[in-house]
Design a protein around this ligand. Structure first.
Ligand SMILES: C[S@@+](CC[C@H](N)C(=O)[O-])C[C@H]1O[C@@H](n2cnc3c(N)ncnc32)[C@H](O)[C@@H]1O
Length: 717
């Protein structure tokens, strides 16, 4: 089109065709001249376009990079950085590193928290999704070549495309498939190469995404550290890890930790082949230059120097076992070091635990001991929550265990959401979720709880130790293995609802038609259908009650009232969630003055418990406050939905529960104060609600002035 337009312009300057009055040869030459001119002109125009486009792109790129990197500190020596000249960070360059001077590292590769751009909110002028796509590109040579020809094609068809935006100039697709640099893989035949690449990609996806996708909403990962050992697959691993990590637009810094400055240089050259252009600071430091005195902070460290992605012979493991003793101190030191360099709110460490050997494997117990040593090291380093999951690499005999450890105790709740949450997270957080070949929300569901194998292994190990009662009783005794088939269940048909004998204002209560022995389950067949308001739902409605003044007058409020009046709070992952029974056990009242016969047995009552202590007694605690508790993690739903008697109950007697723990840890005091009132004869929440509805607005209003008994504000009941 452009050529035709230029030809027309030139044509206007030439004598018109009907002016042709020369010989046919002269006329033919005239037309040839015209087309040559037009070609030259269009070519010039085209070149000008390219020149103009390049200049514009260059300067726009400068702006983007200078905006996003304004707060980066200058990486110094011993650091291979993606910015070869730290003062001036040129945009859109093919990174060429490996030439930095060998001066000791005396400045932080990451800015201190205060001056960084790490508020984790998109900044004004910070990289947007489009800018991200345009500025963060990780492709291999193949990808680059393909892209170059695609760009060539585009510039042929639309000459102005290059001058519009940086995105247009530089948009490259995120890699759909793993690009494996030509290294050791060259030695493999084509089929093996394919298998190996796919296996590494599986590993990368299953290591990177679970932790990054479950970072807290307001603390998404910006700074990542990767530590690898010098195995044959290092380059492939690193390449793919970086690719997976760059799928998150929140990422600003990637720090690669290599064995030595020399390795760093080599690694960097490999990485630089892949990075065409980036607004992400990438740096490489040697292991030896890392120390706790350095002031840098990362959100996630992938400590993968102990991973065996390629199955080696068992013999190798025997060597490992022999060295196990010496490893302990190193392990602890390494965990402590990283703990210090992790950000307090979101900091997490991902590492490998080794193979998951069958429980009765000849080397199992030594192996388990080693694994638990690593977990102990994490606990000793003060990590608050630890989970473990197995990944199955094709052709490996056994699964590999991956461990995630969080600095903050509330982080685990993010790991335990429902599938819809995971899907949403993937779509809102990843630049291109479709680029993942293995990992998706359903995969995450399968990783949500630790494997039964890990719980059994843990108990097998702790069973041999002289542990305090809490651990062995709550985690590893028979109780912790699901509903016990040898415990009698009293079916719901043997129970009925009648007028409660707890007091004049206690409303309905539940009675038994039959004698019930101690330690029986009550109506298990109905309690398994409990309605669980998971923590995000509980958080949402608490927020609504805080932020919407009139929420109590909305119809939807009944959902909250239902949870508050009939539910009980649990905090298994340090976040409150409510459970409501879905059958007549809903109507079980509180046993005042220690008259409860089901639920939690306590020596203290609502009147004798010491509220000045300011904390919930251990026996009423609904969370297990130890960092690594695979057994409890697997069984919490059972604890949440089970009702058991702790006294014999005769036919015709009322069943009473112990409500003292129903407010959870956060509302323990409020709950006890409410019980004191109800056990002293005041109207309970349900009674007040019903009276309000029956007798009209006067009483409704009068009751509304009574104290707010439950959390979240239900004064109007
Ligand atoms: C889970 S419901 C129990 C069923 C309720 N009594 C009914 O009629 O629907 C909890 C409510 O029952 C009342 N309640 C429970 N135990 C009580 C007691 N010992 N004394 C007075 N009211 C009680 C309170 O109103 C409380 O909010």
């Amino acid at each position: 089109m452009l050529t035709a337009a230029t030809a027309l312009a030139v044509q206007e300057k030439l004598p018109k065709a009907d002016d042709d009055n020369g010989s046919p040869i002269e006329n033919k030459m005239k037309w040839q001249y015209l087309w040559i001119c037009s070609e030259v002109a269009s070519y010039r125009f085209f070149l000008l376009n390219i020149l103009f486009g390049s200049i514009l792109c260059f300067w726009m790129g400068r702006i983007v990079v200078s905006e996003t990197s304004a707060s980066f500190s200058i990486p110094s020596s011993n650091v291979q950085s993606s910015f070869s000249d730290p003062q001036q960070q040129p945009p859109q360059i093919v990174v060429s590193v490996g030439t930095s001077q060998a001066v000791s590292w005396n400045s932080s590769p990451f800015p201190p928290e205060s001056q960084s751009n790490l508020q984790r909110q998109p900044q004004a002028g910070g990289p947007s999704l489009n800018r991200w796509i345009s500025n963060v590109i990780v492709v291999g040579e193949e990808g680059r070549d393909q892209e170059a020809s695609r760009l060539d094609d585009e510039s042929d068809s639309t000459s102005t495309a290059a001058t519009t935006t940086t995105a247009d100039c530089l948009r490259l697709p995120l890699p759909q498939n793993l690009f494996v640099p030509e290294t050791s893989f060259q030695l493999l035949d084509q089929k093996e190469q394919g298998l190996a690449a796919s296996r590494i990609q599986y590993f990368q996806e299953l290591v990177v995404h679970p932790v990054l996708m479950t970072m807290k909403e307001d603390h998404q990962a910006e700074r990542i550290a990767i530590v690898l050992d010098d195995g044959i697959t290092k380059k492939e691993l690193l390449t793919g890890l970086v690719q997976q990590i760059l799928n998150y637009p929140s990422i600003r810094h990637i720090l690669v930790v290599d064995d030595s400055p020399k390795d760093c240089k080599d690694t960097w050259i490999d990485l630089s082949q892949l990075v065409v252009s980036t607004s992400v600071a990438m740096e490489c430091v040697s292991k030896e230059s890392l120390s706790s005195s350095l002031s840098f902070q990362v959100d996630v460290v992938f400590l993968l120097d102990d991973c065996n992605v390629f199955d080696r012979d068992d013999d190798d493991d025997d060597d490992d076992d022999a060295q196990a003793g010496g490893r302990e101190d190193d392990l602890e030191e390494s965990m402590r070091l990283w703990f210090q360099h992790l950000s307090p709110e979101s900091g997490s460490l991902v590492t490998c635990l080794g193979e998951t050997l069958p429980l009765h494997h000849p080397r199992a117990s030594l192996h388990h001991k080693e694994r638990l040593e690593k977990i102990d090291a994490l606990e000793d380093a003060d990590f608050q929550r630890i989970v473990e999951y197995d990944i199955r690499l094709a052709q490996s005999r056994y699964a590999q265990s991956i461990v995630v450890a969080w600095k903050n105790e509330t982080s685990l709740a993010q790991w335990r959401m429902n599938e819809a949450h995971y899907v949403l997270r993937m779509h809102s957080r990843l630049v291109d979720p479709s680029s993942l070949s293995w990992f998706d929300s359903a995969t995450m569901v399968s990783l949500k709880y630790p494997s039964k194998h890990s719980a059994l292994r843990f108990c097998q190990w702790t069973g041999n130790l002289d542990l305090d009662d809490d651990l062995s009783e709550h985690l590893c005794t028979e109780e912790g293995h699901g509903y016990d088939p040898y415990i009698r269940n009293i079916p719901v048909d043997d129970l009925y609802v009648g007028k409660s004998q707890a007091g004049d204002h206690a409303g309905r209560g539940v009675f038994t038609k039959v004698d019930i022995p101690t330690s029986s389950y009550l109506a298990l067949e109905t309690t398994v259908h409990s309605i669980i308001y998971e923590w995000p739902t509980t958080e949402l409605y608490n927020d609504m009650q805080d932020s919407i003044p009139d929420v109590a007058n909305t119809k939807g409020n009944i959902i909250f009232v239902f949870a508050e009046a009939y539910g009980y709070a649990q905090e298994p992952w340090n976040m409150a969630q409510d459970t409501v029974m879905s059958h007549l056990l809903n109507f079980v009242n509180h046993g005042c003055n220690g008259t409860a016969n089901t639920g939690d047995f306590t020596n203290v009552t609502e009147f004798t418990v010491d509220l000045d202590l300011g904390e919930i007694p251990d026996v009423l605690q609904t969370k297990v406050d130890i960092p690594y508790a695979p057994h409890f993690d697997r069984d919490h739903v059972k604890f949440d939905t089970m009702t058991r008697t702790f006294r014999p109950i005769a036919a015709g007697e009322e069943i009473y529960d112990n409500y003292m723990s129903f407010g959870g840890e956060s509302h323990f005091q409020e709950m006890v104060e409410t019980l004191r009132q109800e056990c002293s004869g005041s109207f309970g929440m349900v009674e007040k609600y019903q009276m309000g509805r029956k007798v009209g607005s006067e009483i409704h209003t009068a009751n509304a002035s009574l104290s707010n008994m439950f959390r979240g504000g239900t004064d109007e009941l």
